[in-house]
Design a protein around this ligand. Structure first.
Ligand SMILES: Nc1nc2c(ncn2[C@@H]2O[C@H](COP(=O)(O)OP(=O)(O)OP(=O)(O)O)[C@@H](O)[C@H]2O)c(=O)[nH]1
Ligand SMILES: [Mg+2]
Length: 692
């Protein structure tokens, strides 16, 4: 029913890692009676951070969902990871939200990471509120944080609740509009008494309330007129006006409390229930026709055609795949037939599940604003649109950042390669930022992702879910070899034992070619000194021998061979014999033609804030990099540079450390260059060690 949709609040918790999102979610669940004990991240009792990889690190890696009832409203919490490594998980799951609660640590405030995620919330016009978390921490300072927030995010950020006390003496909050104080018992029971506000806060409350009322009035013309004329607003006007201001994103309310101490959480939920948008407030959602550009809209109405977006996939080796979706329009019942409009495939649903952190409840039906999961869909992956077959619509997918950190994976037990490949492919269904490829040259399987924790957690999951164990190494660099000189050499293969002998004889001239030329072969035989049918064999012998250079066994490139002379034997000559002769000539020639080592050079594009420029450029210089150009874009600098691949295998963590997570980069292969002398010796030595 439409009245029910009006009571739906689906919101995401977002902030940098460790800001207290999961602890806040746990406190909400406890206060609403979903759990009987307050779950704690530190004690591994959180029902939202339940995957072993999360428990071990005490961080959120995988977005968790839960639903509770508060003041007759349905609150669905989307608890996202804060760490940069899992930014794609955060973004895709935010697509399921109608609004966001941004956490700002009462001591440390908000960090860059939070600003990045907030930009994304802006793209989707999601109303927001700020929760100043950890008010019980030593040095917690609410008003100082409010000042920072107003400086960095704008004047529309304004308190709606303020703390009573701080740090050890933090006791509760005062709600500005009602001027009521919510004072909590010690301990984490969440028990509270509603009282008159403490007298010593009266001045602060009056001043902030005045500002709040002004901003509420400014968000709506009628209210502003009345406010200017009469100098005040009725309490109903204030209540409605506040909601309007939040939903239209003209005002960003700030509340405060502590998740772990369970203080301020109930007033926060009151605020969310009253002031956050329902799917009806958000209005129709925009999509397009499956095979074209024409726009389509879907009303958040239970009787509209069904449409939903898959915001997460959980792969389980036993239960199969679980697809988590946010419903935008229409209703869904268990065992429904639906259409995957992204893939053009029909899907049949089994049980309809509501996610409750680590567990699930089976439900009969769901509607707009609900987040539900179904198991074992055949074709569906994250970011696909599911809808009524007769009324297809596609919600455009979002672009995710490219994988920037690669490691080579090798099985701990021989023969597990195929299993690794197939299991990783399964994990890639739930994680869209993973890439897996085989490097034919170095014969390595390369796993790429966002950073170290991302790859490590993936490998742990691989072991837990699929029982495959792997070792991780930095990938090998695909060095090459070439020559710098010119030489003329004879290669002669002659064997006479017993019956038929072997005879092949060729003389070649070998010289270097410019970078990127590859291998060229020129037949300069005259007078048939080598019969035509054997000439391709000589070329083949050289090409094969060039796969392993003389210095360190890397492929030899960028050289020319002219076949200039030779001889043959009418009985003993064969293709095989000429192939061997060609290979012998090549091996000798390479050694005489000043062989040298080449290394792959990457083209990098690095985007960093102005104040990090010096550090980043200095670091590029120390990495043998060559800056090709710089460009200013707003407060950011775009640096283009060529850097040897061997120096930037760990660039993702390096750049993050230099820029406090504010830098971004992409890189791709550019060209080969000669390795400087001293380094050549090291690489050659290392390859000899490896051969032993
Ligand atoms: N003192 C205090 N500590 C808190 C509070 N909330 C969270 N913490 C602690 O801060 C740490 C991080 O808390 P989480 O709730 O896991 O933070 P998060 O934002 O979910 O972190 P990620 O999921 O990794 O992004 C834990 O050690 C918590 O115990 C709080 O209100 N007060
Ligand atoms: Mg968390």
């Amino acid at each position: 029913m439409k009245e029910d949709v009006a009571k739906v609040r689906t919101f995401a918790l977002i902030a940098h890692g460790g800001a207290g999102k999961t602890s806040l979610a746990e406190a909400m669940l406890f206060d609403a009676g979903v759990t009987t004990r307050l779950g704690r991240v530190d004690e591994n009792t959180s029902i939202m951070d339940y995957e072993p990889e999360e428990v071990k690190r005490k961080i959120t890696i995988s977005t968790a969902f839960n639903t509770l009832t508060w003041n007759k409203h349905q609150l669905t919490i989307i608890d996202t990871p804060g760490d940069f490594n899992f930014i794609s998980e955060t973004k895709t799951s935010m697509l399921g939200a109608d609004a966001v609660v941004v956490l700002a640590d009462a001591v440390d405030g908000i960090r860059v990471q939070t600003e990045k995620v907030l930009e994304f919330a802006d793209e989707y016009n999601q109303p927001r509120m700020i929760f100043v978390s950890k008010m019980d921490r030593e040095r917690a300072d609410f008003l100082a944080r409010v000042q920072d927030l107003r400086n960095s995010l704008g004047k529309q950020c304004i308190p709606v609740q303020i703390p009573i006390g701080a740090a050890e003496s933090f006791k509760g909050v005062v709600d500005l509009l009602s001027e009521k104080a919510y004072v909590f018992d010690d301990g984490d029971s969440g028990k509270l008494a509603v009282q008159e506000m403490p007298a010593d806060l009266a001045d602060t409350v009056r001043k902030l309330k005045e500002e709040l009322i002004e901003q509420v009035a400014e968000a709506k013309d009628e209210l502003l007129e009345k406010y200017l004329e009469e100098g005040e607003l009725s309490s109903e006007e204030l209540v409605e006006g506040l909601r309007h201001a939040v939903i239209t994103r003209k005002l960003v309310p700030i509340a405060c409390g502590s998740g772990t101490a369970n203080m301020g959480i109930q007033p926060l939920m009151d605020f969310i229930a009253s002031n956050f948008p329902s799917p009806l407030d958000r209005g129709a959602v925009k999509g397009r026709v499956p095979d074209g550009e024409a726009e389509l809209m879907r009303e958040p109405d239970p009787s509209a055609p069904f449409s939903a977006l898959v915001i997460k996939t959980i792969s389980d080796p036993y239960a199969g795949r679980l697809s988590v979706m946010r419903i935008f329009s229409g209703s869904l019942t268990a065992d429904a037939n639906v259409f995957n409009a992204t893939k053009g495939a029909k899907e049949r649903f089994g049980q309809l599940l509501r996610l409750k952190g680590k567990s699930q409840d089976s439900i009969q039906s769901a509607g707009p604003g609900d987040i539900v999961a179904v198991a074992k869909l055949k074709e569906t992956v994250t970011q696909d649109t599911l809808c009524a077959e007769k009324e297809p619509i596609v919600f455009p997918p979002i672009e995710l950042p490219p994988a920037v950190y690669s490691l080579a994976v090798e099985p701990k037990s021989k023969g597990d390669e195929d299993k690794i490949f197939s299991s990783l492919t399964r994990l890639m269904e739930e994680d869209l930022t993973l890439r897996l490829e085989r490097n034919e040259e170095t014969r390595e399987m390369i796993l790429s992702g966002m950073g170290e924790i991302h790859i490590e957690a993936t490998v742990e999951k691989l072991k837990r879910k699929f029982g495959v164990e792997v070792n991780l190494r930095l990938p090998k660099v695909s060095y090459k070899e070439t020559i710098k000189g010119k030489t003329r050499i004879q290669g002669k293969y002659k064997k006479q034992s017993g019956g038929r002998g072997q005879y092949g004889d060729c003389t070649i001239e070998m010289e270097s070619l410019p970078r990127g030329s590859g291998f060229q072969f020129v037949d300069k035989i005259v007078g048939g000194v080598i019969p035509k049918q054997y000439i391709p064999a000589v070329e083949k012998g050289i090409a094969e021998a060039a796969q392993e250079g003389a210095l360190a066994g890397y492929p030899v490139i960028d050289f020319k061979v002219e076949l200039v002379d030779g001889s043959y034997h009418t009985v003993d000559s064969s293709e095989m014999a000429f192939k061997i002769a060609g290979s012998m000539a090549f091996k000798k020639a390479v050694l005489e033609a000043k062989p040298t080592l080449l290394e792959p050079i990457m083209l990098m594009e690095i985007v960093v804030p102005d104040d990090c420029m010096g550090d980043v450029i200095g670091d590029l210089n120390s990495k043998r990099g060559r800056v090709l150009g710089m460009e200013t874009k707003g407060t950011k600098q775009i640096i283009k540079a060529n850097v040897p691949q061997s120096e930037v295998l760990r660039y993702a963590p390096d750049l993050r450390a230099m820029t406090a997570g504010r830098g971004m980069f992409t890189m791709g292969f550019s060209h080969f260059e000669e390795v400087p002398g001293a380094l050549q010796e090291k690489i050659i030595e290392a390859s000899k060690q490896e051969d032993k």
